[in-house]
Design a protein around this ligand. Structure first.
Ligand SMILES: C[S@@+](CC[C@H](N)C(=O)[O-])C[C@H]1O[C@@H](n2cnc3c(N)ncnc32)[C@H](O)[C@@H]1O
Length: 220
């Protein structure tokens, strides 16, 4: 990283929002590089699990209270696929996970799919979305807009936020990071009246120093 880029990164971290660019020398978006970095990271960390069952149980209680009729959910960026299986167990409904890496087929209820893209059959058909991988987006505005287009009116998206999702923890593998205090503003701006943050929930902490929060984004 050059001197100017380091200065820009320092300034962005201080402003509370960092987004790494995947740009070729001609200025075009280098999707192949993004996908290769994500896939390589997935292969290296394939035995790890970030999500906690306590948190999925907590969110399942929120979902069953606020939308008892929920029958279809999506989880984005799921690696070993535990979150979709825990949601399916607690809510007794269909939950599919997306995973960009070619390891997806090793895990149940997981499809190899880039979460920036939308399957036509998902549009307006999903009750809830959960992700702790939003920080892996190369374009968070387009990404969240795509996710929210899948929710039925009143559907809820739960974005997990921990210290690992902040601007200090960004890299090419985790290209996006924002302070939790800034995200409601960004989401309101990106939503353009179509969606906004309606709640901030504290889930069971991962440890004493690692609190977990959920930004609840509602489709209008
Ligand atoms: C931090 S890990 C979290 C994995 C899992 N949710 C957990 O808690 O253990 C992020 C995962 O998202 C996947 N990923 C990254 N970019 C993605 C994309 N654009 N579409 C789908 N999956 C992606 C990575 O390959 C990786 O397995």
């Amino acid at each position: 990283m050059g001197f100017i880029e380091k200065l820009r990164l320092k300034r962005d971290r201080e402003r509370g929002f960092v987004l790494h660019k995947f740009t070729r020398s001609d200025g075009s978006f280098d999707y192949e590089r993004y996908k290769a970095i994500q896939t390589d990271g997935n292969h290296r960390k394939l035995d790890r699990v970030f999500v906690s069952e306590d948190n999925i149980r907590f969110l399942s209680e929120v979902i069953s209270t606020r939308m008892p009729e929920a029958h279809f959910g999506l989880c984005h960026g799921t690696r070993r696929g535990l979150e979709q299986n825990w949601f399916a167990k607690y809510l007794e409904c269909e939950v599919i996970g997306t995973e960009i890496s070619d390891t997806a087929s090793q895990f149940p209820n997981t499809i190899q799919w880039d979460f920036h893209d939308v399957k036509p059959e998902w549009v307006g058909a999903v009750d809830f979305i959960y992700s702790n991988s939003f920080d892996h987006s190369y374009d968070p505005e387009a990404c969240l807009t795509a996710w929210m287009s899948c929710l039925r009116p009143g559907g809820l998206c739960f974005l997990e936020h921990t210290t690992e999702h902040g601007p200090a923890n960004t890299s090419e593998l985790d290209p996006f990071g924002a302070e939790i205090t800034l995200l409601p503003y960004l989401i309101l701006k990106w939503g353009k009246g179509r969606f906004s943050v309606v709640d901030l929930l504290a889930g069971p902490a991962l440890s004493q120093e690692r609190p977990v929060h959920y930004l609840v984004v509602r489709n209008t």
